[in-house]
Design a protein around this ligand. Sequence first.
Ligand SMILES: Nc1nc2c(c(=O)[nH]1)N[C@H]1C(S)=C(S)[C@@H](COP(=O)(O)O)O[C@H]1N2
Ligand SMILES: [Mo]
Length: 241
Amino acid sequence: MTTDHPDFEGTPVGRRLVLGMLGLGAGGLVAAPYVQRGIESFLGAASDKDPTGLTGLLPNGGGFRYYSVATSVPRKNEQNYRLTVDGLVERPATYTLDALRALPQNRVVRDVQCVTGWRVPETPFSGVSLSLLLDAAGVRPEAKAIRFTCFDGAYSESLTLQQARRDDVLVCLQMQDEPVSHSHGGPVRLYVAPMYFYKSAKWLSGITVTSEVRPGYWEERGYDVDAWVGGSNGRSDTPTV
Ligand SMILES: Nc1nc2c(c(=O)[nH]1)N[C@H]1C(S)=C(S)[C@@H](COP(=O)(O)O)O[C@H]1N2
Ligand SMILES: [Mo]
């Protein structure tokens, strides 16, 4: 069975992951439906109570857990990274990393909250306001929502246009005041400060303006589309932060 993540920084984690899970024992494990095929077959039938939880069992510094629904994610850098803005806009655009860096940067410091329970207090994220990119593209009147896509080829997310225009929603180039690392979704990830962290799509490559919300990866698998932290996973209409 091959479960290593050779694309992640540092040593491959798959073997440590499996060993960690063995250490927890079946009772401590809430497995994920998405996980690498090898792990799934290794575990047998998986519970889906905690769909984002499995790679979260990895030990790591800083309280963060690294998640990816894709087994392998290509690395992107100054040369080959591109972010496209398209859909219901007047001026579709493609940004390089340098082009994004040249735009005004905002810094937001909030608690990161994963819906599975872990939390990292007071984490700085900085980057370009999503609303700035939307304004630059010229959102058409019939637009209602945004769909985010990722160069992992698997993940997606969504926001309403109103949510997307908040000033604490960033196309993020820095996390913890360092360039966003590959494992955290670099070089560019979304950061939706007031919502559960599954909204903050890693390896962001596409921003498409749409006429209605199209549920994202986890939302198609049962998570709430409106993911305000504290809103019992999204049932309230107003943010609590
Ligand atoms: N592309 C992509 N983005 C993603 C995910 C993912 O699997 N793939 N997982 C989400 C979830 S559930 C969480 S909690 C955070 C985890 O971010 P981190 O790996 O930087 O801690 O990323 C979110 N964005
Ligand atoms: Mo998560």
